[in-house]
Design a protein around this ligand. Structure first.
Ligand code: PMP
Length: 357
C-alpha cells in the first residue's frame, strides 16, 4: 500500500504517472527497450522531449520569447550559473534574503559578483513587503526565493524591480498556481517536488538574457549553448525528462495550474486550520507569508515529537520530519498530494492531541 508521503523532495509523484512508467518500463512503445535505454537523439525520444516542453509551455503560458532549458546540477548549480550567465565580473546583483535557500544562493553569488542585499525577513518568519525592498538601482538582476522550503515562507506577491530582470528560485512552488511568467527574467527549479524525479533542473529564461555568459562558463552550463542545442548539448537526464513529461500530461488532465492551484489552496487551508484550532501544534510564520507547499509546525511539548513521527508513520503518513536545521515538523503538500492525504493527516493530528492532552 502506498503511504501518504509528505516528503519535501524528492517528493510524492502522481500514482497514475508511476503506474504508467511501470507498465511501459520494460518495453517502451514496442521498442523492446525501456525509455532510459535508448538514444536521446532517437526520433522517439526527441518526440517525448519536445512534447514535454510544449506541454509545460501550455501549462505555464510561457511566452514565445522565453527559452525552456532542461538542465542538470539541481537548483544548487543555478546558484552559480545565474551569476555566471547573467552578470559580468564585479557587477552588482540584488538579492532578497528570506532564509536558508536564499542564503545559499547569496553565498554562491558572492563568489562572482558584488551582492547588494535588497531586503530580508527582518529576523521574523515572513516575506518582506514590497515597500521595504531597497534595490541598488544598478543591478544586472534581482534574485529572490518565492517559497522557502525549509521554514515554509511564501511570498504573496511578485516583487516589482522597475525593469531589472527578476530571477526566481521556484524549486518548491513552480506549477503550484497560475503565474505570469512575463514578469520574470529567469525562473529555475529543481524537478524533485512538482515536476518529477531528481536529476533534472528546469530553467525558463527570457531570450535577451541568453548569450551573456562569462567566457569561463563551462559550455555545458552556458544557457545559449544549451538553448541552441534544444538542451541536448550532451546526454540529458532522459528518464527524468520522460517522467516530467508524464507529470505535465497528468497536470493538464487534472485541469492545469488553475485547478491544481485551487486544490493546493484548500489543502493548505485545511492543515493550517487544524494547527490554529489546536493547543498542541503551532506554526510560527507570519499569516500572510504562510507557504501553501510546505507547512511547518512544532509541538508545544517537544518531547512528544519522536512519538508523533512514529505514530504518524504507523498510520501511513510519512516524510513529516522537519529539516535538520530547524527541527519540528513539516508537511509538504505538493501538487501530487491528494486532498485525502491532508484530511487523513488532520484527523491524525486531532486524534494525537486527544491522546496527549
Ligand atoms: N532551492 C530551494 C527553494 C529548494 O527547496 C531546494 C531543495 N530542497 C534547493 C534550492 C536545492 O535544490 P537541489 O538539491 O536540486 O540543488
Amino acid at each position: 500500500m502506498r503511504a501518504f508521503n509528505f516528503s519535501p523532495g524528492p517528493a510524492v509523484l502522481p500514482t497514475e504517472v508511476l503506474e504508467q512508467a511501470r507498465d511501459e518500463l520494460l518495453d517502451w512503445r514496442g521498442s523492446g527497450a525501456s525509455v532510459m535505454e535508448i538514444s536521446h537523439r532517437s526520433p522517439s525520444f526527441v518526440e517525448v522531449a519536445t512534447r514535454a516542453e510544449a506541454d509545460l509551455r501550455e501549462l505555464m503560458s510561457i511566452p514565445k520569447n522565453y527559452h525552456v532549458l532542461f538542465m542538470q546540477g539541481g537548483a544548487s548549480a543555478q546558484f552559480s550559473l545565474v551569476p555566471l550567465n547573467l552578470a559580468p565580473p564585479r557587477a552588482t546583483v540584488d538579492y532578497i534574503d528570506t532564509g536558508h535557500w536564499s542564503q545559499k544562493a547569496i553565498a554562491e553569488a558572492r563568489r562572482y559578483c558584488e551582492v547588494h542585499l535588497a531586503g530580508d525577513a527582518g529576523g521574523s518568519y515572513g516575506a518582506p513587503p514590497q515597500d521595504e525592498l531597497r534595490f541598488s538601482g544598478r543591478a544586472c538582476y534581482a534574485h529572490y526565493t518565492p517559497n522557502e522550503t525549509i521554514s515554509g515562507v511564501e511570498y504573496r506577491y511578485i516583487p516589482e524591480t522597475h525593469g531589472v530582470p527578476l530571477v526566481a528560485d521556484m524549486s518548491s512552488s513552480i506549477l503550484s498556481q497560475p503565474l505570469d511568467v512575463s514578469k520574470f527574467g529567469l525562473i529555475y527549479a529543481g524537478a524533485q517536488k512538482n515536476i518529477g524525479p531528481s536529476g533534472l533542473t528546469l530553467v525558463i529564461v527570457r531570450d535577451d538574457l541568453v548569450g551573456r555568459a562569462r567566457a569561463e562558463t563551462p559550455r555545458v552550463f552556458d544557457y545559449k549553448a544549451i538553448a541552441d542545442q534544444q538542451s541536448m548539448l550532451n546526454t540529458p537526464p532522459t528518464f527524468a525528462w520522460y517522467m516530467a513529461g508524464l507529470v505535465f500530461k497528468w497536470l493538464k488532465k487534472a485541469g492545469g495550474v488553475r485547478a491544481i492551484g485551487e486544490r493546493n489552496r484548500l489543502k493548505a487551508e485545511m492543515l493550517y486550520g487544524a494547527i490554529d484550532d489546536s493547543r498542541l501544534y503551532k506554526n510560527s510564520v507570519a499569516k500572510d507569508s504562510r507557504s501553501r507547499m510546505n507547512v511547518t509546525f512544532t509541538l508545544s511539548d517537544v518531547g512528544l515529537e519522536p512519538l508523533f513521527l512514529e505514530a504518524a508513520g504507523e498510520a501511513g503518513l510519512t516524510g513529516l520530519k522537519g529539516h535538520r536545521v530547524v527541527g519540528g515538523m513539516r508537511a509538504s503538500l505538493y501538487n501530487a498530494m491528494p486532498i485525502e492525504g491532508v484530511e487523513k493527516l488532520c484527523a491524525f493530528m486531532r486524534d494525537f492531541e486527544r491522546r496527549h492532552p
